[in-house]
Design a protein around this ligand. Structure first.
Ligand code: IVH
Length: 693
């Protein structure tokens, strides 16, 4: 496979290749076929082509996608549009948004009259729906913008686009047909039943379904309108109304509009307000029941719209603020099988690393073997991967059209990968027949290890002996072991037994963050455990917290909060046992934050001292030296947080400081590239002063 060009073409030949690649990709995109370019890659390619053309205006190829609706790749249909169906120009950040607003104001000779309407950019397929006397008569795709394809056969299968309205209106609504996440999952189940290949993603599913005529099954889709216009002599008043009011009229007639999506339609008075609304929508995006690829901003006032007019492909009074792609295509390299605490054997996909929504994705969850079979996944497949917010990435489907024939079947385990016992395959979720017991050893070993309770001397073999003899069934039992029990173990002398007892006694005083980490709550490693402990102060407060309270901890989203609350409830007997054994349940220096306590007044809730790293996000890389030489990463992170900072493991725009020791690699390079302050361990130690252990 040739490499995909996304940098500005260097010469006429690579420019020609770039144009061919872009045209093929957008043809596939608009027809529901599959392309090897995902959205983000296509956008980069289109920009590279435009940059070359700006410098070589005499060489522009007739087939160039620049300035054309749908990149010029879609054949015209047979139905003429009532008015041209345009594309939108894109902006990718706040500065570009401001530049657009300024150029609009220049055209208007002043600011917009009645603000901007801000609504989601739905990631589906554009259609025009013609209602005559309240009846949906015709459904037309966008096509080349002036002529579209008649897809009226889909009428009756699209939620939100009723066949019959309550009032006998005649108008045309335009909007986006898509598959919600639920409809997409259902669609692929249905397709599997009928032996059809799965849709690679919801957008593709909608495009394919809209055009399909004689399928033996029905796939339900959803519609949201984003504009309404007069048709023949009906609803002429629509042309003279602000966009937000047109949407109200369309909704009142019974058609679903962008205003009815969970993020709705807002009018914002200024571009600053627009920008913060875009940020809000970007955060809400992960929780939406369907995909959006951006936010659309429109001058609301019809006179402003008329004055601003259109370019060859897009209105000048509207703009799409593209959000980072949350779906990419990458290769499935392998499947790993992990055994959870309850013995559930869960597959995990190993992917060729791909950047999605600001982070590198290497793993994705796969639910169970049946799910793998249903999705017909194979090792080596190109797969669509979706990730938004802090939701764990998921594989949507293989891109079947991109198979080379070299893909291989995924091997399912024949015995428990952890303890080699039999597997109970009676249900969709496979389980080790030993259930919870299978995970016992692993969870005790995890709890006593260096990063958690740090019980030096309690090695793997000792844990195995204690479990085998029935003296220890969970890690709370470790705290009630007596000298006699230890001496009865193989190869345990008096000196070692006393030493071990002393370490165990010392471990009772570990800070809450380590005790909490030792519980092995799903989705909480060392750093989340520290944040939870510093937020709530005591185990009692953590147990009293509901999901909403947990979302107050940085890095915990709605999904994770629910999991943590459920897990803590499940772990209640173990926590009680630890408390009874005298294990510390408080974070030193942090007052308890109980429900209803919003942080409190200064008197009620003594402030945690701000510390030299207050409000800074600090990343540590490379090996530490000098006063910090002995500190593990966990200890470094504890130190950062005790100094008021936030410890993070990856460098991003949000990083304030990178502590780079010897052999610092890519993190250092990235920090330098982003202009983030980089300091050496010694300088950092000085900064922390007497906070050093
Ligand atoms: S307004 C003349 N609003 O995005 C105004 N378009 O990339 C044209 N789209 O062609 C469109 N959500 O198919 C508008 N809220 C929204 C939209 C939206 C999705 C689609 C539409 C358009 C494409 C441009």
């Amino acid at each position: 496979m040739t490499e995909i060009i996304t940098a500005e073409p260097a010469d006429a030949e690579s420019y020609a290749r770039a144009v061919t690649e872009a045209t093929a990709a957008s043809a596939a995109y608009y027809s529901g076929g599959d392309s090897r370019l995902d959205d983000a890659t296509y956008d980069r390619l289109a920009r590279a082509i435009a940059a070359y053309e700006a410098e070589h205006p005499t060489e522009i190829a007739p087939a160039s996608p620049t300035g054309k609706v749908a990149g010029g790749a879609v054949p015209a249909g047979e139905v003429e549009h009532s008015a041209r169906m345009m594309s939108l120009d894109n902006v990718f950040d706040g500065a570009e948004l401001s530049a657009w607003a300024e150029s609009l104001a220049k055209r208007l000779g002043g600011p917009v009259t009645s603000g901007y309407a801000v609504e989601p950019k739905l990631d589906g397929v554009a259609v025009a729906a013609r209602y005559r006397k309240g009846r949906l008569e015709q459904l037309v795709t966008r096509g080349d913008g002036s002529h579209g394809e008649d897809v009226s056969h889909a009428i009756g299968t699209i939620a939100g686009l009723p066949e019959e309205l309550d009032t006998p209106v005649t108008f045309e609504v335009r909007g986006e047909v898509l598959l919600t996440t639920e409809q997409f999952e259902q669609a692929n189940l249905t397709r599997a039943e009928f032996g059809a290949t799965p849709f690679a993603n919801p957008r593709n599913g909608a495009a394919g379904t809209l055009r399909a005529k004689e399928r033996p099954y029905v796939i339900e889709m959803t519609f949201w309108a984003y504009s309404g216009l007069p048709l023949e002599d009906g609803s002429a008043e629509l042309a003279a109304l602000p966009h937000s009011q047109v949407m109200e009229i369309v909704a009142a007639a019974g058609v679903r509009t962008t205003a009815a999506t969970p993020v709705g339609l807002r009018t914002c008075a200024s571009i600053d307000e627009v920008r913060s609304r875009v940020e809000e929508i970007a955060v809400l995006r992960a929780a939406l029941p369907f995909g959006i690829d951006g936010v659309v901003i429109k001058a609301d006032d019809p006179a402003d719209q008329e004055k601003a007019g259109f370019s060859s492909r897009a209105p000048r009074w509207a703009i799409a603020y593209k959000l980072p792609a949350v779906e990419r295509v990458t290769r499935l390299l392998a499947v790993e099988w992990n055994v959870g605490r309850t013995g559930v054997i869960a597959p995990r996909a190993v992917l060729e690393p791909v950047e999605i929504d600001g982070s590198t994705v290497t793993y994705a969850t796969l639910h169970n073997p049946a799910d793998i079979t249903r999705r017909d996944l194979r090792i080596g497949d190109q797969v669509t991967v979706y990730k938004a917010g802090d939701i764990i990435p998921r594989i949507e489907a293989p891109v079947v059209q991109l198979r080379t024939g070299e893909e291989t079947a995924i091997d399912f385990p024949t015995e428990c990968p952890r303890c080699a016992s039999e597997i109970d395959t009676g249900q969709e979720r496979w389980r080790c027949v030993r259930g919870r017991e299978c995970g016992q050893l692993a969870s005790i070993r995890y709890a006593v290890a260096r990063d958690c309770l740090d019980i030096d001397g309690m090695g793997q073999q000792l844990v195995a002996q204690l479990v085998a003899s029935g003296q220890v069934s969970d890690f709370a039992d470790v705290f009630t072991l007596d000298r006699g029990q230890l001496l009865a173990l193989e190869r345990m002398g008096e000196v070692s037994a006393d030493k071990l007892l002393a370490t165990i006694a010392a471990a009772k005083d570990r800070p809450l963050n380590r005790v909490f980490c030792a519980l092995g709550v799903l989705g909480t490693g060392r750093s989340i455990s520290r944040r939870i402990a510093r937020h709530f102060g005591t185990m009692e407060a953590i147990r009293a917290a509901d999901a909403a309270a947990l979302e107050g901890v940085a890095g915990i989203g709605a999904e994770k909060a629910r999991v943590v609350v459920a897990q803590i409830a499940e772990l209640a007997p173990l926590i009680d046992k630890l408390t009874a054994a005298g294990v510390n349940m408080a974070e030193p220096g942090v007052p308890a934050r109980m429900p209803g306590d919003d942080g409190g007044t200064a008197e009620a809730r003594p402030a945690v001292p701000a510390g030299p790293l207050a409000d800074l996000t600090v990343v540590v890389t490379g090996s530490m030296t000098g006063a910090l030489a002995e500190l593990s990463r966990t200890a470094m992170n504890e130190l950062i947080e005790s100094a008021g900072g936030r410890a993070s493991s990856s460098v991003s725009k949000k990083t304030s400081l990178l502590v780079a020791g010897e052999k610092a690699g890519s993190k250092r390079a990235k920090a330098e590239e982003l202009g983030i302050r980089v300091i050496a361990p010694d300088e950092f130690a000085e900064l922390l002063g007497d906070l050093l252990p």
